[in-house]
Design a protein around this ligand. Structure first.
Ligand SMILES: *Cc1c(COP(=O)(O)O)cnc(C)c1O
Length: 486
């Protein structure tokens, strides 16, 4: 069992230093000549005193306390935690990309603008939309931006009774949140016993007040909405727009395009499908693609190609305005561009094929020990229920914690909300069969433990740096600063 390492302050030894500077050979500056007196410290700062080696060890240890896709399998459903190729990092660090400044004149950053333009064009091709903007910084911001465009479209048509956005009960929480922030009222449409949008229920909630339907396809159960063409007709006939939550694009990329399914707006999560890192909650990139009739409302500036020059066009009088300073998270866009170019069209097809194959392989092996509420062929992810284990007193949280003992990141748990004790598993295409098997065997072993030694699972994790936390307390009374006794 590992103990928490002593932190940097506890390791401090008075007088120890981590630097070597030459003897001071110039007179000491009188700070009071430069600063106001009350800004000058009267007491020495209480900082730890350590050697360079100790500092090195401190930060290396801290980095080892983290779990990332570079340290182990991370089957976090809906989030596509796939490998982030190191080639992307290398390209993002090219001085010509890393050192450009957003206030530079356009004439001096034509290469960076060309990359952004080509990325927009690639995403147009991949999604089947008419135009793409790279501005939004995340999927959720893409959702909000897309809904604001839909709102501007209805307003321009004097169609001001369209106040409602329809969202399935299986949707990701950001969907209703974005709709609310964009000023809409959320209406829920039910899923049927196959886990798909209940088309009859949809007919009953759609109407003259429908602004849009937000849909994830495949949905958060990993199931393809096979009635999508009919669904699109129902919404369009009623005068509404179709919004595609592209977080699950990995499941259909290069096989089917939201633009061809009838969607009017799509967001993509470049930090999911297109291998941008998810580190520390960002930065991300959530470009949106739109159909022609929404173009006038695009956030400005719009990046365009005129003859052989790239320009930022601000002349969009009906624009919803800027949604992010400058032009999006350029560094993540460079990584996504690098990924698309290294994979090529054929490579992106393979991504989807392996992502789907891996998910189905795991699902079929795991259904032996766990309940599988929707058993049809899945796309890139599937959802198990921990109901069988719950009857033995072992909850899904316990299973998730026990996985930590085996150096696996847990799957997404208790989501989607329509599955009891849900475990949403997304293996992604970048994992080997050996890793998939190891995870499956571990899950089967945990299921056995739940029967034979439930306490072992209930009290997990046993060998992590931090044991089971009081999550309620952590949320109510967060201690966000390290404090030490000086
Ligand atoms: C991740 C996710 C989002 C939100 O995307 P962010 O980039 O995290 O803001 C929306 N919908 C689904 C289904 C997701 O998985």
């Amino acid at each position: 069992m590992s103990e928490i390492m002593p932190l940097v302050f506890e390791r401090s030894v008075p007088g120890r230093v981590g630097f070597s500077l030459p003897e001071q050979d110039v007179p000491e500056t009188d700070l009071s000549q430069i600063f106001d007196k009350k800004m000058i410290r009267s007491k020495k700062a209480d900082l730890p005193e350590l050697s360079e080696l100790e500092i090195m060890r401190h930060y290396t240890e801290l980095s080892n306390h983290n779990f990332g896709v570079d340290s182990g399998f991370y089957p976090l459903g809906s989030c596509t935690m796939k490998y982030n190729p190191k080639m992307n990092e290398k390209v993002a660090r090219f001085p010509g990309f890393a050192n450009v400044h957003p206030y530079q004149p356009e004439s001096s950053v034509q290469g960076a603008m060309e990359l952004m333009y080509d990325l927009q064009e690639s995403l147009v091709e991949i999604t089947g939309m008419d135009e793409v903007t790279l501005q939004p910084a995340a999927g959720a911001q893409g959702e909000w931006t897309g809904l604001m465009l839909i709102r501007a479209f209805h307003e321009a048509n004097n169609d001001d009774k369209r106040t409602k956005v329809i969202i399935p009960d299986s949707a990701h929480g950001t969907n209703p949140a974005s709709a609310t922030v964009a000023g809409f009222e959320v209406v829920t449409v039910k899923s049927n016993d196959k886990g798909l949008v209940d088309v009859e229920d949809l007919r009953s909630v759609v109407g003259e007040d429908t602004a849009a339907l937000m849909l994830t396809n495949p949905n958060t159960l990993g199931l393809f909405e096979k009635d999508i063409v009919e669904i699109a007709e129902i919404i369009h006939d009623a005068g509404g727009k179709l919004y595609y939550d592209g977080a699950n694009l990995n499941a259909v990329m290069s096989k089917a395009r939201p633009g061809d399914m009838g969607f009017d707006v799509v967001h993509l999560n470049l930090h999911k499908t297109f291998t941008g890192p998810h580190g520390g909650g960002g930065p991300g990139s959530g470009p949106i693609g739109i159909k022609k009739d929404l173009i006038p409302y695009l956030p400005t500036p719009v990046l365009k190609k005129q003859d052989d020059r790239y320009v930022f066009d601000y002349n969009y009088p009906e624009s919803i305005g800027r949604v992010k300073p400058f032009y999006g998270n350029f560094g993540i866009n460079v990584r996504a561009y690098t990924y698309i170019r290294t994979m090529g069209a054929e490579g992106l097809k393979k991504v989807t094929e392996y992502a789907v194959l891996n998910a189905n392989y795991m699902m079929r092996r795991l259904e032996e020990a766990f309940d599988l509420p929707y058993g049809q062929i899945c796309k890139h992810e599937f959802v198990l229920s921990g109901n069988r284990q719950k009857k033995l007193g072992v909850r899904t949280t316990d299973i998730a914690k026990r996985l930590l003992d085996h150096n696996f990141h847990p799957p997404t748990v208790y989501f989607p909300l329509i599955v009891d004790e849900a475990m949403m598993i997304e293996p992604t295409e970048t994992e080997s069969k050996e890793t998939l098997d190891k995870f499956i065997d571990t899950m089967l072993e945990i299921a056995r433990e739940a029967e034979e030694d439930p306490e072992l699972v209930q009290e997990a994790p046993h060998n992590t740096y931090v044991k089971r936390l009081d999550e309620t307390q952590a949320a109510r009374k967060p201690v966000l600063r390290y404090e030490h006794e000086s």
